[in-house]
Design a protein around this ligand. Sequence first.
Ligand code: SF4
Length: 110
Amino acid sequence: MATIITEECINCGACARECPNVAIYEGGHEWELGGVRHPAPVQDIFYIVADKCTECVGFFEVEQCARVCPVDCCIPDPNNPESEAVLIERARQLHSERNFTPGFPSRFRK
Ligand code: SF4
């Protein structure tokens, strides 16, 4: 997990619509991975599921949630930095149907 939503969130929902990994959920709503549903870890603001976030590696050169957030509350988690190698491997696992070629988009290559 390298992107988190801080308590400044105003619940606009803009970020959730942009995430290529469906990693963002509204507070109080269950999240899902591989057909398995999990209870919401956060109740009052949107949240990002660490196991589904790739920092948009594989899809975009910048984190899309951070790009659209009107109050800039989608930020890197200083307590959990992850390498590009880890993040693209996560993208491959989440999107087994997709072929990520060596030139895949990544914020690490901006
Ligand atoms: Fe989704 Fe990208 Fe935000 Fe991670 S950084 S939650 S992959 S939009």
